[in-house]
Design a binder for this molecule. Structure first.
Ligand SMILES: Cc1cc2nc3c(=O)[nH]c(=O)nc-3n(C[C@H](O)[C@H](O)[C@H](O)COP(=O)(O)O)c2cc1C
Ligand code: SF4
Length: 543
């Protein structure tokens, strides 16, 4: 029955163009949609006004609160830890009224901190919007014998060669190379890429899609932004090769709203790609989708809903996207870094890629190091490299006293510095020690930053970004936030009730946002119990 309901709800009225793009266009003049615009679009799309309002109110850059906003202060984790937001806001107030200044999470400038945005230009703290053209380029460092992303790959020549190579491979040989490579998805979960590709290829013949997940919402991660801006052709080539392998003729590249420069670069890259005669022969088409500001759109099924113009709530699975994804069609959804890896694998062979990392975590990984490192930026390292080497060797160590690092975004583990020595940068090492590699953004938590404030930040972020579809997360993230904020005043958290809340989130949530939040929270409780003692009334039962 649920299949019929989805098929019915997938019947919408627009004759051409995507509803999501029409909503964004309508909001362009003032930052949000007027009741008149909503009514017109609802009629045109055969969707109720309430549903459409449910969609627009979900997004930071379409909701009523975005009315007339001209500038935004980044409130991502690193900018918060850097404590520069107030100064940035004061500076912006010399040019804008208070109502014209909003907040945004996160601009992906974590290698500097204190980022802000004016119109579609981003700036780092310290840069002057009157004289600087925008933020500086992201520093990139490579530390592997063979760099998978090292070459720019954006030159037309390299691009032509890549297309020719892709066209000369049959879908079967592409799949064989990808299987041999052992490539696992770089978006966080580490699912074997070749398996996903094979599932899409084996889905019944008909319209199929390739979707590149460029939502990179994790504060502290900016490696996808670097790839989208500086290696965009590689991402497109990876999508094209995948499309040929599964017999899909359309690729959607979803780039988050907080990355305006990446959107511009991708648009240029698509134009250049489409002008090459070799590409025209493939019959493949790219479509750039600009996000509108919602962390949950990084979750693959919410992302599909977003492209369809629906409220970006998480979908229940099954069916999986490979079976019924975008507009109910078989869809390959993968991360930017995953796709960007494919050209190197196709050029050098799957075995060469596998030889770069460990047996279970093959290849190289891009790691984002934040402003508290002596060498901040994007670092390419071989999977399996000791975390100590990444942090103190390649990263040059910290330039301030740090007590822990959060690896893998706000749902990633919080690793106290004493544990750095026991970890290596691969999926297995992190999982075995009770952490998570995720997308491998590394955020430093300074010694003097109170862990209770860090906990409040995590819950506040998740409560704001929960899609609201399932009760444990919808209520639990807000309840947890409330308990922690009250503890900072004079009402300590009942540890048993808090542990119950974490268990409910972990076991009862529909997706990784709710079920993943307990991991960093428990890491903090376990490793920083003494610092937090005054904020909790009871010891945990197991202690
Ligand atoms: C709350 C949440 C946020 C996510 N955000 C992202 C994201 O920003 N980018 C991404 O590629 N994957 C993200 N994912 C993972 C995707 O759901 C999906 O697993 C991934 O895009 C698949 O690509 P891969 O196999 O190449 O990793 C997120 C998952 C969850 C639960
Ligand atoms: S866990 Fe949270 S974000 Fe995920 S489906 Fe449930 S409410 Fe939505």
């Amino acid at each position: 029955m649920s299949q019929n309901i989805r098929a019915l709800s997938a019947r919408r009225g627009r004759k051409q163009g995507l509803l999501f793009e029409a909503l964004q266009e309508a909001a362009q003049a003032t930052g949000t949609l007027s009741p008149v615009q909503l009514r017109a679009l609802a009629e045109d799309s055969l969707i109720s006004r309430a549903s459409l309002l449910g969609t627009t109110s979900f997004y930071d850059f379409l909701a009523a609160g975005n009315l007339n906003k001209q500038a935004y202060v980044c409130n991502g984790t690193v900018c918060r830890l850097a404590g520069k937001q107030e100064a940035v806001r004061v500076r912006l107030e010399t040019r804008f009224t208070n109502e014209q200044i909003g907040e945004t999470t996160c601009l992906g400038h974590c290698y500097c901190g204190g980022a802000y945005r004016i119109g579609d230009q981003c700036f780092d703290a310290g840069s002057d919007p009157d004289s600087a053209p925008g933020a500086e380029a992201i520093p990139f460092h490579c530390h592997t014998s063979h760099s998978v992303f090292g070459d720019n790959g954006n030159e037309a020549d390299a691009l032509y060669r890549q297309i020719a190579r892709t066209l000369s491979s049959t879908p079967v040989s592409l799949l064989n190379e990808l299987s041999a490579s052992g490539l696992r998805g770089r978006g966080g979960a580490g699912f074997p890429f070749a398996e996903k590709l094979a599932a899409c290829r084996d889905a019944p013949v008909g319209q199929k899609y390739v979707v590149c997940n460029g939502d990179e919402g994790d504060p502290g991660a900016f490696s996808d932004r670097w790839l989208l801006e500086d290696r965009s052709q590689r991402v497109l080539a990876g999508m094209l090769a995948s499309g040929l392998a599964i017999n899909a003729n359309t690729g959607f590249l979803y780039v988050r709203a907080e990355y305006p420069q990446a959107q511009r670069r991708v648009a240029e890259a698509i134009e250049a790609f489409e002008q090459t005669p070799a590409f025209a022969q493939t019959g493949f088409r790219f479509h750039l989708i600009r996000g509108a500001g919602a962390y949950i759109c990084g979750e693959e099924t919410a992302l599909l809903n977003s492209i369809e113009g629906l409220r970006p709530e998480v979908r229940t699975r099954p069916p999986y996207p490979a079976q019924a994804g975008l507009f109910e069609r078989p869809t390959l959804v993968s991360n930017v870094e995953t796709f960007a890896t494919l050209p190197w694998i196709l050029e050098h062979g799957g075995a060469a890629f596998a030889a770069l990392g460990t047996a279970a975590s093959t290849g190289t990984k891009l790691v984002s190091l934040d402003r508290d490192f002596n060498h901040p930026g994007v670092h390419e390292v071989a999977m399996g490299t000791a975390l100590e080497q990444v942090i103190y060797g390649y990263g040059g160590g910290f330039r301030t006293a740090v007590k822990a690092v959060q690896v893998g975004g706000p749902l990633g583990g919080v690793v106290p510095v004493k544990k750095i020595a026991v970890l290596s940068l691969d999926f297995e090492s992190f999982a075995a020690a009770g952490f998570l590699l995720g997308h491998a953004g590394i955020v430093s938590i300074p010694q003097e930053f109170p862990m209770i404030d860090f906990l409040c930040h995590l819950f506040t972020f998740m409560a704001a970004e929960s899609c609201g579809k399932c009760l444990p997360c919808r209520l639990g993230t807000e309840k947890g936030r409330h308990m922690l904020v009250a503890a900072t005043v004079d009402d300590p958290v009942d540890r048993r009730a808090f542990d119950d809340l974490l268990e409910t989130l972990e076991l009862g949530s529909l997706c990784g946002l709710g079920s993943g939040l307990p991991l960093p929270v428990r890491n903090i409780l376990d490793y920083f119990g003494t610092e937090l003692a005054d904020y909790f009334t009871l010891e945990a039962e197991h202690e």
